[in-house]
Design a protein around this ligand. Sequence first.
Ligand SMILES: *Cc1c(COP(=O)(O)O)cnc(C)c1O
Length: 337
Amino acid sequence: MAGLIERYRDRLPFAAGDPVVSLEEGSTPLVPAPRLSARIGAEVHLKLEGANPTGSFKDRGMTCAISAAVREGAQVAICASTGNTAASLAAYAARAGLRGAVIVPEGKIATGKLAQALMHGARVIALRGNFDEALALVRALADQHPIALVNSVNEFRIEGQKTAAFEIVEALDGELDALCIPVGNAGNITAYWRGFREVGVFPRMYGFQAAGAAPLVHGRRIEHPETVASAIRIGNPARWEQAMDAMTASGGTVAAVTDAQILAAYRLLAAEEGVFCEPASAASVAGLLAHGAGGAERIVCVLTGHGLKDPDTALAEAGSVIPCEPEMGAVERAVLG
Ligand SMILES: *Cc1c(COP(=O)(O)O)cnc(C)c1O
């Protein structure tokens, strides 16, 4: 499959002949979730965005943001990140031959994401502060220097991410009642809604935030956001109004899910559907289980990132290994006992 700029160029701000930096992102699976469907009493599908090249949906926005940065002649790309934007920026910057710099909250990003950003050769800066402070700082820095800022305040990110809505509409022939999606900085829900509107399909948009990081639910900024779902640990979303507009205009809502609900959905997806996503991604399914989707018959839950991103949370939540002596009886007991 071609990358998404090539596939959707007529609906993206790229002309023929523009430079394209791609890892053939997009075209991710939309898989039915039979067990979850039975629990909900509706047809539920999972959009597996962890199948993107760096393991999250951020690659959709990054192919566009980095391609545009190259077109503009940028030498350096920067972002503030809870992890996945950093991993994605690092990979696409490496591919483009740009210098990548990422500012992450110190000690607050999942191990896999840190490994990716470092392996791809980005300059990784651990800020003694949270994501919201990191974003404010990179915005000011990009104002003063010729640096491409590729957070989702960058329009090209939203343009790239809207293509996931196109793919869902194509896969389901436009028959979709509701979309459930985790909300952090609120770029992705903004992008999906834009994509759906462009193709004239209007599912209800249900955005879910972690209870300890739910500014949209409370209608006010959260000074010290806290949740196990590090990718959505954000207290002051950049796309606040647009996200609220998507939910209101579509007849959906925003609601909170507790860490316990997120982790239960995380385990359920892995153990019952064979799908390993990261904790933040499971917020979409946790929200559907906790709040429903207004009687929708056909629902898509967006699973934003791959479970391997965050092995520490997985090991803390999963069963333990069974130690065993190297002899038949012991192995028999271990396997069949
Ligand atoms: C970035 C991210 C989110 C949140 O997306 P926003 O556009 O910031 O709302 C959710 N899940 C994962 C895995 C992410 O990386």
